[in-house]
Design a protein around this ligand. Structure first.
Ligand code: GAL
Length: 420
């Protein structure tokens, strides 16, 4: 059966694929850029790209869609493609890139990639994400690590607490904080945020093999296992650690709660660090970054811009310029310092990056060597939109009800089977 995106594109008869390397000299590079980077730090990061683009003669048409995790943007993108008018450049990720490429909606950047030597500067891991059938269809801007705890050191000190290294320690610390009247966990009750917490617990309690069996192989015995039940038990505990107003809260507001000491910790990818940095906070002093307990695991997320099929020479020139700038060494540094992530490009000097970023770089390397590196399910690296949606539905329903772990694993198995 064809996926939704495939059907979409087939029925809308989009312009045929284009070779973005060949651009006419007279064109005025223009790009409508669809993204969901609207928090303080995200806006700074995207502004750096806009300014670089404009300084190089580009005309930037900004198309932001608020909504963390990109679910609101995904709906806008589908309707734009359906109406035969896709934006030139869109911030999408992982399997979503593959689905749009499969549907024939993306332009071919391979010629440009050859001219610019992308094969030599991009790690194979990221090449796999942005290539489809051996052709470049997107350019990566960064690597975000998902499995982080952001902690307020003063809140921890109030209960003589140390950053947790196991989930038992996490619970013991959270219980102490709660007893002292401090909200242990800042959380925003939105499906993608529930899913973000959930996947860190899956990796932490099950390990990388279990994680991949559940999310990539969709192995039913794994999904219904006792380990998965323990994961849901832990999610039930987490539900008890959030404040009364968590429903619907944006992720960056949860980050502010940690900054202000209104909550002690947040489990969130390192885009949260961007918010601390934008507020002038110093890692190690004003806030702590500690991986969620997982025995050396690492959950990878990577943002990319995919270039959709466009017909005008100006748009094609805009796409080529944007793609070239995104992989520039200087841009990769500037952008990622704002964004909280680490560069997608290899060889970018690391001296300006803080201790959390350096830890991400070191841990990425060691997790990749030990086999403990996994792609994010909640952020579309390891799971397709349909599977991710099915998982998030169950995780969110469990989080917001008194569903038992036994029922949750059954529901998860059913939802995944239906989505396949
Ligand atoms: C992630 C994305 C990040 C950040 C975050 C909050 O999915 O990769 O770049 O924007 O969502 O919206």
């Amino acid at each position: 059966m064809k996926s939704f995106t495939q059907k979409l594109v087939v029925t809308t008869a989009l312009v045929s694929s284009i070779a973005l390397g060949a651009i006419s000299a007279q064109a005025e590079p223009t790009a409508e850029v669809l993204h969901y980077w609207t928090s303080g730090s995200e806006a700074k990061a995207v502004k750096a790209l806009k300014e670089d683009f404009e300084a190089n003669g580009g005309k930037w048409l900004d198309a932001p869609v608020a909504g963390g995790g990109g679910d609101a943007q995904a709906a806008v993108l589908r309707s734009r493609v359906l109406s035969g008018n896709p934006p030139a450049a869109v911030q999408i990720k992982g399997l979503s890139i593959q689905e749009w490429a499969e549907a024939g909606a993306l332009g071919d950047l391979t010629k440009l990639g050859e001219e610019e030597g992308w094969d030599d500067v991009l790690p194979p891991l990221l090449q796999k994400i942005v290539k489809h059938d051996g052709k470049y269809v997107a350019v990566p801007v960064n690597i975000h690590r998902v499995d982080w705890i952001w902690a307020n050191p003063e809140s921890l000190a109030k209960v003589d607490g140390e950053p947790p290294r196991t989930w038992e320690e996490f619970n013991a610390l959270a219980d102490k904080l709660q007893a002292a009247g401090i909200t242990p966990l800042a959380h925003g009750g939105q499906p993608w945020q529930d899913g973000t917490v959930f996947e860190t617990v899956v990796l932490g309690m099950g390990g990388a093999e279990f994680y991949n069996k559940a999310f990539i192989e969709k192995d039913i015995a794994t999904i219904k296992s006792d380990t998965m039940k323990k994961v849901f038990d832990q999610m039930r505990k987490m539900r008890g650690y959030v404040d009364a107003d968590f429903s619907g809260r944006d992720w960056n507001l949860a980050t502010s709660m940690v900054m202000r000491g209104e909550a002690a910790m947040q489990i969130m990818g390192d885009w949260a660090k961007g918010e601390f940095i934008a507020a002038g906070k110093v890692p190690g002093k004003d806030f702590l970054c500690v991986p969620t307990p997982s025995n050396g695991g690492y959950i990878l997320n990577s943002d990319s811009f995919a270039m959709f099929n466009v017909s005008s020479e100006d748009d094609k020139a805009g796409q080529a310029l944007l793609a070239r700038l995104i992989l520039g060494e200087k841009f990769q540094e500037t952008f990622n310092l704002y964004k909280g992530s680490i560069p997608a490009r290899m060889g970018v000097p690391t001296d300006k990056f803080d201790e959390c970023a350096v830890k991400s770089m070191v841990d990425l390397q060691s997790a990749s060597e030990s086999g403990a590196l996994v792609g994010s399910m909640a952020h579309e690296i390891a799971a397709s939109g349909a599977i991710r949606g099915a998982i998030l539905d169950v995780v969110t329903e469990h989080f917001n009800s008194d569903m038992t772990s036994d029922v949750a694993v059954e529901r998860l198995a059913e939802a995944i089977e239906l989505a396949e």
